[in-house]
Design a protein around this ligand. Sequence first.
Ligand code: ADP
Ligand code: MG
Length: 478
Amino acid sequence: MEWEVVIGLEVHAQLSTKSKIFSGASTEFGAEPNTQACAIDLGMPGVLPVLNEKAVEMAVKFALGANAVISPKSVFARKNYFYPDLPKGYQISQFELPIVGKGYLDVMVDSETTKRINITRAHLEEDAGKSLHEDFQGSTGVDLNRAGTPLLEIVSEPDMRSAKEAVAYLKTLHTLVRYLDICDGNMQEGSFRCDANVSVRPKGETKLGTRTELKNINSFRFVERAINYEVERQINVIENGGKITQETRLYDPNKNETRSMRSKEEANDYRYFPDPDLLPLIIPSELIERVKRELPELPQQKRERFMQAYNLSAYDASILVSSKDMAAFYEETVNASKNQPKLAANWIISELLGALNKAGLELNESPISSAQLGQLVERIGDNTISGKIAKTIFEALWNKEGSVDEIIEKRGLKQVTDTGAIEKLIDEIIAANPQQVADYRAGKEKLFGFFVGQAMKLSGGKMNPAQLNDMLKKKLQG
Ligand code: ADP
Ligand code: MG
């Protein structure tokens, strides 16, 4: 039996407002527990929530970036449940009328495939506090600093068909909210968290299978692993005659498995109703127009511009626009390279990102600046050095041994382009290897590589490969 995987994601993006969504308390991360929760966040009797205008603006920004409908009127609703980190006994959210309606993102799944993933809705809500289970023996601590922090919950359609597609969508969304400057995207701190809904069905079946929901996965890698584990588990259950129960499951990254948390039967009935303390939210068209005007260049536009202006493939361009910093680094490198956009892209994607990844560094911690990398690329482009020597210089730059030109000078790495010098070297090689020359001339053409190798060895890799090939061919023909 062939199975089709179906995935829909719910993402909670913490909006980067200075104050909370319904109070003036600070949203700063990392403060002493319970120092940033005011009477409103604590749900004291008699207090009234006041909606944070910035949070609304950010939701509008998101809608514009995600090709989504903005509801002219939306409603805040109370989602009722009891939990120690929710002192009010309800969370203010949106239910029937969310601020953001249907939208979509075009997601680059791999170098060949782009897929449109539809967004069902996105709504504003407040975060709850945090229960702290570590550090307290036999009891649980409650930190309410997070209570009332604004969240945008972004719900996708069940459009994804593999863990890879889910991760690609999540990364596209992550890039978008950071470009829009509405969320810092920090997954470790929980500013960007994801619940994955997963089901399987026989290939060709149109009805959706029963889904499970994997809660709060906090890295791209774990999303991929959690989904893959869950898919295999579900197929196993069904193929062994069992049934999937709709339930919430927790992913354990240490054991790489998902475990049941609660089934739908035990799920809460939230008794949603419109919050009587808050008026319906009306979005004036002037607000939308203003936000539209202030919108930065978005990842997709930037990608298309890079493809056009720099003649890059869609895939390379998508890597280079994956963050604003990366895109800026690339354009600085191109500038410093005296206009070698293709080479600059290659050097960033295959060399620099590889080296950073290996060293566990972020781009903003790169030991090599865009100006230096640009100069390195310039020197390849103007034939001062070969691509091979450039790798040596790259390493030297990484180790802070000076500027590109200083390193070339100090280590004598200049490429030999002087035809006289190349000719002389070839003559020496021909004189020293009469047997190989005879064999080559008798038709053993494979030997050409041997002569190239000799030349590179004797010159320390400094021959210009194109020039060397040309002249070798001529000379060997005798
Ligand atoms: P809830 O709020 O109970 O989780 P929603 O209807 O809001 O329910 O759905 C949440 C997410 O689950 C959405 O992203 C949706 O695309 C996804 N989803 C719904 N049904 C399935 C299914 N059968 N398989 C996979 N994902 C699903
Ligand atoms: Mg859900």
